[in-house]
Design a protein around this ligand. Structure first.
Ligand code: T4K
Length: 413
């Protein structure tokens, strides 16, 4: 753990050392589960020639997700973004909807795509979750709803959000893309608000290649969403709503079911990696790995480190060091939706109201985890971080005096 204390900075790959990993390691390397079981299901789909349109595996997957989330209805979709769009439409949101800026851009886009204005709220700087006090200040006569995001699998302050929603007659929806298998100690993500949305993208703890779902306890909402994701068809040749094509296909459902069967193992593995990061980086000044309260269900899919600059090296310089060592950490969710287009043009001064979002998004490094990374690999990642941080001012000076800084976005995937 502390081997790197004596390591010279020339050991870092960015200064000519051998990379810590021969091949790139990623934040979102997919967990695969039982390959034989998956292929059995894929063959079954082919044998039955039922490839999509509410097939057997989609129905089974919906039951499994509803049961895991402790919720009455699950409507599987082709991805999380479409699930959000459909839920927003089914809830009748329009005008302005309050969302955190510190989230994946899909949360904001799912509104803007429907010409609903996302109004950006700030976050609690400790948890990175939407700050209820910030919401109150943004409500106008045009506001119709709030979308909370259970970022990094932490549950929003649901009680406070419910209270605001009730007092102002607003709809409350949750983006639970990160939160399958997470809860607040009493309830699991899935049962909060009018509805919640999961993502089963390849990079999520449970994946269906691409996929998503809306979950809700409302019978009426469930019926409406089920119709909307299938062109609004009430029956053959009979359309009752404006709808879209948001259906999940059978291969995705086969993957999702297989992935769910291994979810316990994925979470155990993630938990070990998370503990290793916390152990190996513990006590290192300038960097803190976000912890989760004991006894609260977590999937540990995101390992979130905050770099506070007291170590004499910036977050972005650390990122350059890590990438040279083939550790492809990410800056989720830099720079905040409010600084991305079209929102940056619409609200050029939004940052003034979002001090915590601005500060946190400049400090975050999301680190690799998942079943492809053993705890000892985590220790190698931490060795690189420790070396760079312990020699922070020297590493920073060397980087700034040379052309070694790289632009991460041009790296091949
Ligand atoms: N709301 C929130 C809060 C979300 O975080 C997301 C998605 C959504 C809504 C929307 O849900 P979806 O419509 O996506 O279902 C990734 C994911 O694409 C995205 O699903 C996720 N959040 C976001 C946090 O991360 P990118 O553009 O950073 O992903 P990408 O392609 O760079 O993948 C990350 C790393 O994973 C890559 O560097 C390589 C590795 N990877 C990726 C894929 C796809 C693999 O090894 N294999 C793969 O198949 O957005």
């Amino acid at each position: 753990m502390s081997e790197t204390l004596s390591r010279p900075v020339t050991d870092l790959a960015i200064f000519g050392g051998a990379p810590a990993f021969p091949e790139p390691i990623h934040v979102g390397r997919p967990n695969l589960g039982d390959r034989a079981r998956l292929l059995e299901r894929v063959n079954d789909v082919l044998d039955r020639r039922w490839l999509t349109n509410n097939g057997r595996y989609v129905q089974e997957f919906e039951e499994v997700i509803a049961s895991a989330a402790g919720v009455k209805h699950c409507i599987a979709t082709c991805n999380g973004e479409i699930a959000l769009e459909i839920a927003i439409r089914a809830l009748g949101l329009k005008g302005e909807v309050i969302v955190p800026s510190f989230t994946f851009v899909a949360t904001a886009h799912s509104l803007q795509w429907q010409e609903i204005t996302p109004v950006f709220a700030d976050i609690d700087p400790d948890t990175h979750l939407i700050d209820p006090a910030s919401i109150e200040r943004l409500i106008t006569p045009r506001t119709t709803g709030i979308i909370g995001v259970h970022l990094w699998g932490q549950i929003c302050d649901v009680g406070a959000l419910e209270d605001i929603a009730e007092r102002h007659h607003l709809q409350l929806l949750f983006d639970a893309a990160h939160a399958l298998g997470c809860g607040d100690g009493e309830r699991m993500a899935g049962g909060f608000g009018a509805a919640e949305v999961f993502s089963f993208h390849a990079t999520k703890v449970v994946n269906s290649l691409e996929g998503g779902a809306v979950v809700t306890n409302s019978d009426a909402l469930s019926t409406k969403i089920r119709l909307m994701k299938n062109f609004g068809f009430l029956g053959f040749d009979h359309v009752g709503y404006v709808g879209t094509n948001g259906k999940m296909n059978e291969f995705s459902a086969a993957m999702g079911l297989t992935s769910m069967e291994s979810m316990g193992a994925f979470v155990d593995h993630n938990r070990q990696n998370h503990a290793r990061y916390r152990r190996d980086l513990g006590g290192l000044a300038g960097v803190t790995v976000l912890g989760f309260p004991d006894g609260v269900p977590q999937n540990f899919q995101y390992v979130v480190a905050e770099v506070d600059g007291s170590c004499g090296i910036s977050r972005d310089e650390l990122l350059d060091v890590l990438w040279a060592d083939n550790i492809l950490a990410r800056r989720y969710f830099y720079p905040g939706c409010h600084r991305m287009q079209p929102y940056r043009s619409y609200f050029p001064n939004a940052g003034l109201l979002l001090p915590h979002t601005e500060r946190v998004s400049a400090r975050i490094l999301v680190l690799p985890t998942g079943e492809t990374l053993a705890p000892d690999d985590v220790s190698r990642v931490c060795d690189v971080l420790r070396c760079a941080i312990e020699h922070g001012p020297e590493v920073s000076a060397r980087l700034n005096a040379s052309s070694l800084r790289r632009h991460r976005d041009v790296f091949a995937r």
